[in-house]
Write a protein that binds this ligand. Structure first.
Ligand SMILES: [Zn+2]
Ligand SMILES: [Zn+2]
Length: 502
């Protein structure tokens, strides 16, 4: 079977994909269609037609570093299949970098204190607890705008939500998507203090038939008492009593047998043991993991766009279906594309007997879209003596090296010590008083410099730019060790964030 060719109408709207390669070739050769994209191969018709659209279900197997995607027709045919590699883990690194910069600032301003000295009162397990906070002195927030907005997510979770939504939009560019199917971890919703606050009725969505928190606890503990691990669950116990402001969330409920329940209420040691066990369990289910944090928000945004056409299934359903088709997950073969197809098929009325052979799985890679050099530019100060640049920044920025255009890597402090060495201190001070300071000017992206993720053609082959060498004289490509002379390369498309690598 040949690959699908994706078709856009004259108005640019996607139509049903086709496998009629010869027909498309004829259209292309007679000028009735043009190629708009090579990977995935997409053509645009240049004449008016009346397309017949059928439902197309786009299924996502959500993940942090890898997302599986599949587009499924009503009959269960695989119209499109891909695996996406996100750059979500990079976000954590950048946040770490920012924290370190703040630490340096705190050190310079003498607001730094020794580790483990600050205790902050934070809500944990429905109770306020003291937690040791390190590194930076905790001052009272001074402005109202220090408060985080409702629905605030950590940067990495926010990025993950956007990636999932952008992915759907990207695929909508060449496929007429009508429905979305998603695998959700129901525990993710139980972690929300109150699923209703997000404004979407999750009870009719991912939590359908699952609205009892006790059922979730039962599932988590496999029906066994949490303390003794032998007897079946008979009672449900609030670890922090409701009377003491304990919450009614999954994290605060434990299933116990009759005897253990009695013990927990009498014996403080047993209560502590139970709390530890519950903490371990909560951790195991990734209560605070980035993906679980993001999933309710992904669902919310998809429901805003697709309304009732969002379908959910659980990981258990997916793995059962996958195994029934004879696929087994291993570490080397995570089978995200198979999972995605299963998720899509689960939303159909009938499950097809045969499964596709997954001959073509597109690889999508996410690239950063913002040039970090611009951030460094904005905070830079330049010092000139008689019109000649002598120093950059009062103190050296991390990683400050002389570039071709400014010839100096000295900071003002470095330059001053040099001057003191050369002349006397008084003379140096006099020189310093004559310096003129220039704020760095607002700079725009150098459009000639291509960002990684761009698509370029070299000797009729398509490559994805991964980096540049010797001031942009050579290009490097994803999945290749060759250096491509930039003069012989033609850029076809700039970086679009989510890029089809192959
Ligand atoms: Zn027990
Ligand atoms: Zn109890």
């Amino acid at each position: 079977m040949s690959e699908y060719i994706y078709v856009l109408g004259m108005d640019g709207r996607p139509q049903m994909p086709t496998r009629r390669k010869r027909h498309i070739d004829r259209l292309l050769s007679t000028g009735k269609a043009k190629v708009v994209e090579y990977v995935p191969f997409t053509v645009q018709l240049l004449y008016e037609n009346h397309p017949v659209l059928q439902p197309v279900i786009l299924a996502e197997d959500p993940g942090r570093t890898n997302i599986g995607v599949a587009a499924v027709s009503q009959k269960g045919e695989l119209l499109f299949s891909a695996v996406v590699e996100t750059r979500n883990k990079e976000i954590t690194k950048f946040m770490e970098k920012r924290r370190k910069a703040r630490q340096r600032l705190a050190k310079r301003c003498h607001t730094m204190i020794k580790a483990g000295q600050v205790m902050r009162k934070l809500p944990m397990f429905g109770e306020e607890k003291y937690i040791t906070c390190r590194y930076i002195r905790n001052t009272e927030s001074r402005f109202y705008n220090r408060r985080r907005k409702d629905g605030w997510l950590t940067p990495s979770a926010e990025q993950l939500v956007r990636t999932h939504i952008n992915l759907v939009h990207r695929i909508q560019g060449f496929l007429p998507v009508t429905d979305v199917a998603l695998e959700v971890n129901r525990f993710a919703f139980m972690q929300l203090e109150d699923p209703y606050i997000t404004g979407v009725d999750f009870q009719n969505g991912p939590l359908k038939g699952y609205d009892d928190r006790k059922a979730a606890v039962y599932d988590q503990q496999d029906g066994q008492c949490l303390l003794c691990n032998k007897k079946p669950i008979e009672h449900y116990h609030h670890i922090v009593p409701v009377a003491k402001r304990g919450s009614d969330t999954l994290a605060n409920i434990a299933g116990l047998c009759c005897r253990c329940h009695e013990k927990v209420h009498k014996d403080a040691g047993a209560a502590r043991r139970l709390q530890n066990k519950k903490q371990g369990l909560t951790k195991k289910y990734g209560a605070l993991s980035v993906l679980n944090q993001a999933i309710p928000f992904i669902c919310k945004r998809l429901e805003e766009e697709f309304g009732e056409h969002v379908h959910y299934c659980s990981g258990r359903d997916t793995s059962r279906l996958r195994q029934s088709f004879g696929f087994h997950k291993t570490k080397d073969e995570p089978l995200h594309e198979v999972d995605a197809w299963c998720i899509g098929v689960l939303s159909l009325r009938e499950i097809p007997e045969k499964c596709p052979d997954f001959t073509k799985v597109y690889q999508i890679k996410q690239f950063r879209r913002q040039n970090r050099r611009r951030i460094n530019h904005q905070t830079e100060r330049r010092y000139y003596l008689d019109g000649k640049l002598v120093a950059v920044n009062r103190k050296k920025r991390m990683g400050q090296t002389g570039r071709k255009d400014n010839q100096t890597k000295d900071s003002l402090a470095d330059w001053f010590t040099k001057m003191v060495h050369l002349y006397r201190e008084k003379e140096a001070e006099h020189l310093r008083s004559r310096l003129t300071v220039k704020k760095s000017q607002h700079s725009y992206n150098d459009l000639k410099r291509e960002m990684p993720g761009a698509e370029f053609i070299y000797e009729n082959q398509r490559y994805i730019l991964s980096g540049q060498l010797t001031n942009g004289k050579y290009y490097r490509a994803v999945g290749s060790t060759q250096n491509f002379p930039a003069a012989k390369c033609r850029i076809r498309r700039h970086n679009r964030g989510l890029v089809f690598v192959s």
